[in-house]
Design a protein around this ligand. Structure first.
Ligand SMILES: C[C@H]1O[C@H](OP(=O)(O)OP(=O)(O)OC[C@H]2O[C@@H](n3cnc4c(=O)[nH]c(N)nc43)[C@H](O)[C@@H]2O)[C@@H](O)[C@@H](O)C1=O
Length: 329
């Protein structure tokens, strides 16, 4: 099995899952030297084969697909931080849309029966006009990232219909874990709350707390990907919990999990919120919150997310407390 982007959050969980199933795993990384250890995946050293490939270098992607010769390809490699896509729409379009076209074409040339899953995103829905969103909801992305992911999603459907190939688009909503980098909201919150619990920080600086997201555990999402790629028929699947939470809910859950008070009384006797809003982190609000309707995945694939929102936040907080050597009271 080939995983592009094996050192990303999802790539690591997927590799663990496939290895546990007894599969051979090949993964792409931009530079192989020390890549697994740097991603906190040192335990995979010697258990997976690494190939170097860069999404911005089509030749390297084509070579990796051909060299791996895998029956299943999970194309996960992509830039993932949405705000970055405003800074460089060319790069995100090349990496996500052209990168996906390259993987799909190379896989098709290699062998007709190869199965390919492409990681798409709830960002393809944007101003959908409905929420929650199922697979057939209108797709009106609001960011260059969403536009690029929609192109990739469209390529999967078009090539599947035209060539009858086994191609799957996994429309993943937000998914997190202790391995998530800290610039994404949930890890920023759990790391920040842990730092407050450790006495290293006094406050946590965020953007809009009213924003709504549909958060799942990354391990559940990659399990859904495997089910989708191993099903009898190819198709597109929304992978999401279906349960909306605000950023504020997540913040409160993290403080509760750490056993730290969010509101504290200052020396002047005035209550103070430890969460401070910085306009730099505020994004324009969504009219149609990205909340998924995972009915198709549940009914067709028998997929069931295992980890609840509270358990996800608690696991992330516990990992961040442990990293800082804080004993939970
Ligand atoms: C499905 C989709 O999921 C992810 O994209 P995202 O939703 O942009 O993820 P995030 O964790 O950066 O933001 C979540 C929400 O939280 C709000 N928010 C408030 N205050 C801060 C803040 O201080 N930092 C951040 N990062 N967000 C903040 C922010 O405005 C937004 O409403 C990626 O995996 C992406 O690749 C993907 O495909």
């Amino acid at each position: 099995m080939l995983i592009t982007g094996i050192t990303g959050q999802d790539g690591g969980y997927l590799a663990e899952r496939l290895l546990a199933d007894g599969d051979e795993v090949v993964g792409t990384v931009r530079r192989a030297d020390g890549a697994l250890a740097a991603a906190g995946l040192g335990h995979l050293e010697g258990r997976v084969e690494l190939l170097e490939a860069d999404l911005l270098d089509g030749g390297s992607i084509r070579r990796a697909v051909v060299d791996a010769g895998a029956e299943e390809i999970y194309h996960l490699a992509a830039p993932t931080f949405v705000p970055d896509s405003w800074r460089d729409p060319t790069e995100v379009t090349t990496a996500v849309a052209v990168g996906t076209a390259t993987v799909l074409a190379a896989a098709g040339e290699l062998r007709g029966d190869v199965r390919v899953l492409v990681a798409s995103s709830s960002e393809i829905f944007g101003d959908a006009g409905v929420s929650p969103q199922a697979e057939d909801a209108p797709k009106r992305p609001r960011s260059p990232y969403g536009v690029a992911k929609l192109a990739a999603h469209g390529l999967v459907g078009t090539l599947r219909a035209h060539h009858g190939r086994f191609l799957v688009s996994a429309i993943t909503f937000n998914h997190e874990s202790p391995r998530r980098p800290e610039r994404f909201l949930p890890r920023k919150v759990t790391a920040g709350v842990a730092a407050i619990a450790a006495g290293r920080e006094q406050t946590l600086t965020l953007g809009d707390q009213a924003a709504v997201r549909d958060w799942s555990h990354a391990r559940d999402i990659v399990d859904g990907m495997v089910l989708a790629l191993r099903h009898d028929e190819p198709g597109d699947y929304v992978l999401a919990s279906g349960i909306p939470h605000t950023v504020g809910d997540l913040v409160d859950a993290a403080f509760a999990a750490a056993g730290v008070e969010r509101i504290v009384t200052g020396p002047d006797g005035v209550p103070r919120d430890r969460v401070v809003v910085d306009p730099r982190f505020v994004r324009p609000p969504e009219q149609w919150p990205p909340v998924g309707d995972p009915s198709r995945a549940i009914e067709t694939l028998g997929w069931r997310p295992q980890v609840t929102f509270d358990d996800l936040v608690a696991e992330m907080v516990a990992a961040d407390l442990e990293r800082l050597g804080v004993e939970r009271a």
